[in-house]
Write a protein that binds this ligand. Structure first.
Ligand code: FAD
Ligand code: NAG
Ligand code: NAG
Ligand code: NAG
Ligand code: NAG
Length: 751
């Protein structure tokens, strides 16, 4: 695109990742079974005569047809060699794939999940168990791939719920782990390592406190400690530091300068995301993405900066929180947007957003341009979900935390707050100890020392750990309010993919610059779904789409360069719960999109199919496994050559088929969530919520929660700006109150 800078010669610094744990997590036999299942999903595809029983056998014609389809998209001189290598690649032979699974099991999968998997792998290796689960006494890994494929597919509709759950979880795990470890996929897809557009730039330079390894506890005193450096915590840090309070921000993950961005997805998911970007709800119905790095979600999010809509403000105000319809809230919304340079004047829509805008226009759907927090400048990137190399996204690290640093705030990375203790019962002000686990100097993620006891004494403790972690920290600290962890909202999304004849390169340009709001209020109470586009880096996008067999799936993935993406993002009326794993205390999420919310999601998904159709797409795929893709036939016009548009009979037949899936079988739908909200909800009484209208935890003094977990319900719009505005207001009020307290404690203190 003319006028835009090129980034092509830029090579990011390599970020280290924690080394692969060497402890035996699965036995050799369990590995053999697991990898045989992985190869069933991502098999080596060979022609009959050359194939071994462990490979997916196809005819000469099928193979050559696949090679030529693939080669047509591959723009290198040896395109057919690349296509063959891609077809022949299998999951089990990739070192990165095995290492990736080992890391997941060691670090990210909860104990119950790992045990459940091991048990099933063991059962498959007994004669009776194999018979029960595969219909044969032969262990599944000794079956030819063709049989394994049938077995694995059948598990998807097994009458045993744990088998269906394993099927879904393994599919998610295998697809994503393959996509981050495959050398062949990015070449077959043609996706470059760094964005084509943009200019690398240095971000703000940070310093973090360091401590020599020691067994002695370290004690730090401060006015305010903020736990978590994400969107809510960062705004709070700025306001309190600028008001002259001593502020310490601690973050369990690490800071990376922009020279490391965008990270390769294999490293970025591990270094920048909670649970390596692999967290799932207990029923594996929703994949959960949340940032965990310096700047939290603000470092990896998509720059969409929408203000809270009127119907949500009113709902929250009507629940006893009049702040949300006050002018103060609007002032805070505007103030946070100003600081980040939020505007839509500089947007250049990429092809996927053009398709949405123009397709929606042709259908008469209401749309909106989505303002970006990119400092009143253009930002044609698409990779920022792995960190912004141009430092062009003005997230927490380039705005709030930088301002806080300039105002004297101090920072620690690699610190996980373990628990909050109270000086007196219910009284957290003054002598509060906050034991933290320090994992040692950051940047490279090398965990040098484990400093087990660091005590922070603060007058005010602000919990800003995000919706998944904040309730767990409160529970670890002994709080017992029934609401803690409940009221979890996820904005569940289903995905769509339109495939066009022409090349789209959907990874170029900002991911999310427009939305369709026609379906956002389907029940008259503000519940519904929006259509947006999404980031299309392969492991962030492709794993949600159905696997039918290894060849079909590989061909689908390789067409990414011709796709435009859609998400139907649902303002969920119903909710779930975050709770600690009973064995190891890590995050567990109980949430199943309700029939009501699935219906909203389906409406927007149908709308996105229509948008794709009127835009001339050749195929339309959804992340609903029980629905075949739509294929446009050659003569798509009606009688007398009249263009019937969406009235086309074949298309209508497909839409009706999809509509009949209502309310969608949750086990066939693969949802994702990048928006977690509500687990420490704000309410006018302790019976209804966790924090009071000032964000102070009910029943305590000096303990606050400021992050998206305090939303009374789902925000409807992407939550960052709403969260920051609440933080802006709450921290300003807190600062005033702290000044008053100082005056009372020490009448000579000056304002
Ligand atoms: C991929 C993706 C894209 C998104 N795109 C957008 C978008 O375009 N627009 C939008 O409005 N929203 C977007 N969001 C959502 C938005 O980023 C989040 O809603 C927001 O970041 C939540 O802010 P928070 O204050 O709740 O906490 P977070 O930003 O999640 O930060 C919490 C921080 O606390 C740290 N932490 C947790 N526990 C502890 C502990 N015990 N001790 C110390 N530190 C701890 C975590 O490591 C994390 O860094 C996106 C989210 C994702 C994941
Ligand atoms: C897996 O791929 C590797 C490398 O291409 C190959 O050597 C091996 O034979 C394949 N294994 C199977 C079972 O296809
Ligand atoms: C990609 O989709 C187009 C349009 O349907 C199709 O013609 C092409 O063969 C597909 N390519 C691959 C690799 O499947
Ligand atoms: C294709 O060509 C490139 C550049 O010469 C080479 O590095 C690569 O190995 C080749 N790929 C295959 C699969 O032959
Ligand atoms: C700020 O906090 C005080 C004291 O906690 C409270 O009384 C007041 O209502 C809050 N301010 C606003 C504008 O709500």
């Amino acid at each position: 695109m003319a006028g835009l800078q090129k980034m092509s010669s830029y090579i990011p610094l390599e970020a280290a990742v924690p080394s692969v744990p060497s402890n035996e997590i699965l036995t050799d036999l369990q590995w053999e079974t697991l990898l045989a299942l992985a190869d069933t999903v991502i098999p080596s595809v060979r022609v009959g005569a050359d194939a071994s029983p462990n490979q997916k056998t196809v005819t000469d014609e099928q193979f050559e047809s696949a090679v030529s389809k693939l080669a047509a998209n591959i723009q290198v001189p040896n395109a057919t060699d690349v296509a063959r290598a891609y077809l022949q690649e299998n999951a089990s032979s990739l070192q990165g794939f095995r290492d990736g699974l080992q890391c997941l099991f060691a670090n990210d999968v909860h104990e119950e999940g790992r045990k459940g998997l091991c048990m099933i792998l063991d059962v498959l290796n007994t004669r009776a168990g194999a018979l029960l689960l595969t219909g044969s006494m032969i262990p599944v890994q000794n079956q030819p791939l063709k049989v394994r494929e049938q077995i694995f597919t059948a598990w998807g509709s097994s009458r045993l719920p744990p088998i269906r759950l394993i099927h879904r979880s393994l599919l998610a795990m295998f697809k994503k782990t393959w996509m981050v470890s495959s050398p062949a996929l990015p070449i077959a897809v043609g996706i470059p390592r760094v964005p084509v557009h943009g200019k690398p730039a240095d971000g703000f330079e940070y310093e973090f406190l360091q401590f020599p390894p020691s067994n002695d506890p370290e004690i730090i005193e401060t006015d305010v400690v903020i736990i978590g450096s994400g969107c809510g915590g960062a705004v709070t840090a700025k306001n309190l530091a600028e008001a002259g309070h001593r502020v310490l921000v601690v973050e369990k993950s690490y800071h990376y300068p922009s020279k490391y961005f965008p990270m390769e997805t294999s490293k970025g998911l591990v270094n920048l995301y909670e649970g390596a970007g692999s967290a799932l709800t207990d029923d594996a119905s929703v994949a959960l993405f949340a940032g965990s790095t310096w700047g939290g979600g603000g470092t990896i999010n998509w720059a969409c900066s929408l203000q809270t809509q009127a119907f949500v403000r009113k709902e929250w105000a009507d629940s006893g929180l009049p702040f949300f319809t006050s002018a103060e809230f609007q002032n805070s919304l505007d103030r946070v947007c100003d600081r980040m340079g939020v505007d839509s004047k500089h947007i250049k829509h990429n092809r996927q957003n053009q398709v949405i805008l123009e397709g929606a226009r042709k259908l008469g759907y209401a749309t909106e341009i989505v303002p970006q927090n990119t400092g009143d400048e253009d930002h044609y990137c698409g990779y920022c979900t792995m960190g912004c190399a141009a430092a062009g996204k003005r997230g927490p690290t380039e705005t709030w935390l930088a301002d806080a640093a300039k105002a004297g705030a101090i920072f620690m990375e690699g610190f996980k707050a373990d628990k909050i203790t109270f000086a007196e019962k219910g009284e957290s002000s003054k002598k509060k100890g906050l034991p933290l686990v320090w994992k040692g100097p950051g940047l490279q993620g090398t965990l040098i020392s484990l400093r087990s006891r660091i005590l922070i004494k603060a007058k005010k403790v602000i919990v800003s750990c995000g919706t998944l972690n904040s309730p767990l920290l409160l529970l670890r600290s002994g709080l017992t309010n029934w609401n803690i962890g409940r009221n979890l909202h996820l904005h569940p999304v289903l995905f769509g993919a339109a495939i066009f004849d022409e090349e789209i390169r959907p990874w170029e340009g900002s991911a999310l610059t427009t939305l369709v709001k026609e379906f956002e209020n389907l029940d008259g109470h503000g519940h519904g779904a929006k259509v947006e586009a999404t980031v299309t880096l392969p492991p962030m996008y492709l794993p949600t789409f159905p696997w039918r067999d290894g060849l079909d799936y590989k061909l689908f993935c390789a067409n990414l360069s011709h796709m435009t993406s859609f998400i139907s993002i649902t303002r969920d009326r119903d909710s779930g719960r975050v709770y600690p794993d009973p064995v190891d205390g890590r995050i567990r999420v109980q949430y199943t999109p309700s029939a009501f919310d699935r219906q909203s999601c389906l409406e927007a998904l149908i709308a996105s199919a229509k948008i794709a159709y009127v835009s001339g797409a050749k195929e339309y795929h959804t992340s609903y496994a029980d629905m075949p893709p739509f294929y446009r036939s050659e003569e798509a016009s009606g009688p007398d050559g009249i263009d019937e548009g969406i009235n086309n009979a074949e298309f209508q037949k497909w839409i009706n088929q999809l509509r009949q899936k209502s309310p969608l079988n949750v086990e066939k739908a693969f949802f994702s969530s990048a928006h977690q909200m509500g687990t420490c909800r704000m309410a006018s009484t302790a019976a209804k919520g966790v924090v009071d209208p000032e964000c102070q935890v009910w029943g305590t003094k000096g303990l606050y929660v400021i992050d998206a977990s305090i939303f009374p319900s789902a925000s409807g719009v992407n939550p960052m700006v709403t969260n920051m505005a609440i933080a802006d207001w709450a921290s300003k009020n807190l600062s005033k109150n702290m000044r008053k307290e100082e005056m009372t404690d020490n009448p000579s203190a000056r304002l």
